[in-house]
Design a protein around this ligand. Structure first.
Ligand SMILES: Nc1ncnc2c1ncn2[C@@H]1O[C@H](COP(=O)(O)OS(=O)(=O)O)[C@@H](OP(=O)(O)O)[C@H]1O
Length: 420
């Protein structure tokens, strides 16, 4: 124990003695610099490692649409054997035969080749880098379809000073399930006017306001129904509420196609949009580590129909949503379009003469009267693409995955589809 005098001495000594610093000033600076240098070196090593790993997995695209990455980065968990076999099968098949997207790209280049080959290649390169160009190309393509289907009738409608109205019916999706064919079939019905462009109002441009939306609609006369289609609405969470607040009695048309074929069609479109890239369907659809379906792949999410339909049913009764069988729309369009006609309350119009099978095109096309002349028209090359070949193991995995989801949908809509 210290007495009072010793305590005072001890305290004053403690107060007056300068604290011993853990290092001298120069040494401290040196330590901090060493620490900083080590951090920089460590970061550089991690970065270099990442770059190296990406290079090894050379086909991993930089705009990856939710590839199953967990299996790529965790080395102890090797890709499942089935996955490797399926991937190799696909690669060996692809090397034997030119993939469809290459064939398409060649035809396109041939058809559109006005400038030099070099300038075309440059344009393609830009497209890989800038995804915005993709959408402008999509718009250009829609414009082309619009122009090819723009009849004298359309022009006369404008001359007659009709008004622009909000859509009374909307095709809400699903993407790659025949939405374009359906819209163009409907367009030739005398009681229907359509916006050929996808408006993307309820998923992208809502902030532009309702008047903007209306101003984009085609002119229509009394008794004519205005329609638009934007397949993205189906999966846009807020779209049902927004459309409901625009018009709670709007009629909704939904085309659904075999979920696996729809995924493959989606993938085929991606191949086409990224000409020159080598993508492997197995790598997109299957998780390499677990060998299970990659639920993060957007195309798979889109085909999980019940998730989206449930959201629409929160706002609209089932009887307000007409579901078109997208597979039958390809093989027996007349039947499907007649059902849509009834649902929309249109007078009977479609016959075998109006919708006919075009053997050269391999699809049904339309014949409609323009100024007393019957004009045939088919959809462009981007509809009905060749699909890449898919390994049977991968297809079975997908079919098995979608089975319970399909069952949920069937219960929800009181209707079954043969999607086995
Ligand atoms: N008459 C006719 N002509 C051409 N294509 C037809 C037709 N009817 C339906 N289909 C099928 O429509 C599929 C494209 O679907 P979408 O129009 O919904 O695609 S998109 O979401 O607008 O990109 C497209 O899918 P893919 O064959 O996978 O390309 C077609 O099979």
């Amino acid at each position: 124990m210290l007495d009072a005098h010793q305590q005072t001495q001890f305290m004053s000594k403690a107060e007056t003695t300068p604290r011993r610093s853990p290092c001298s000033r120069t040494r401290c600076v040196y330590n901090i610099r060493t620490l900083q240098a080590s951090i920089v070196i460590a970061c550089a090593i991690v970065f270099a490692l990442c770059v190296w790993m990406f290079k090894i997995k050379d086909s991993t695209p930089s705009f990856s649409l939710s590839l199953p990455m967990d299996g790529i980065f965790s080395s102890p968990n090797r890709p499942s054997e089935d996955f490797v076999r399926a991937r190799k099968w696909e690669e060996s098949w692809a090397s034997k035969t030119a993939p469809s997207h290459e064939r398409i790209s060649k035809t396109r280049r041939h058809k559109s080749s006005k400038g030099s080959k070099k300038s075309l290649l440059v344009r393609d390169d830009k497209r890989f880098k800038n995804r915005k160009d993709e959408s402008s190309e999509k718009f250009a393509e829609q414009e082309k379809i619009t122009k090819s289907l723009m009849t004298k009738d359309d022009t006369s409608r404008i001359e007659q000073g009709r008004s622009k109205k909000f859509p009374g019916a909307i095709i809400i999706g699903a993407r790659k399930a025949g939405t374009r064919a359906l819209l163009e079939y409907l367009n030739i019905h005398p009681q229907v006017v359509v916006s050929h462009k996808e408006m993307h109002f309820f998923d992208l441009y809502y902030q532009k306001g309702m008047e903007w939306y209306r101003s984009k609609m085609p002119l229509s006369g009394p008794g004519q129904l205005t329609m638009e289609k934007t397949p993205k609405y189906l999966i846009t969470e807020r779209a049902p509420a927004m459309i409901h607040s625009m018009n709670s009695s709007v009629r909704l048309v939904l085309t659904l196609r075999h979920p696996v074929n729809r995924v493959i069609s989606d993938f085929a479109q991606m191949l086409d949009n990224h000409l020159g890239e080598t993508f492997n369907f197995t790598r997109f659809a299957i998780n390499p580590k677990s060998g299970t379906v990659n639920t993060k792949y957007q195309a798979i999410y889109v085909s999980t129909y019940h998730i989206h339909v449930a959201r629409w049913l929160e706002f609209f009764p089932l009887k307000q949503i007409h579901i078109v069988d997208g597979d039958r729309l390809i093989s027996e369009p007349l039947d499907e379009i007649r059902k849509v006609e009834t649902f929309l309350g249109l007078s009977p119009f479609y016959t075998e003469d109006v919708i006919y099978f075009n053997a050269t095109r391999g699809f049904y096309c339309m014949r409609h009267e323009v100024g007393g002349v019957n004009v045939p028209s088919c959809l462009g090359d981007s509809k009905g693409r060749d699909h890449p070949r898919v390994n049977s193991w991968v297809r079975d995995k997908l079919t098995e995955y979608f089975y319970p989801h399909n069952e949920k949908l069937f219960r929800m809509i009181n209707r079954r589809f043969d999607w086995s």
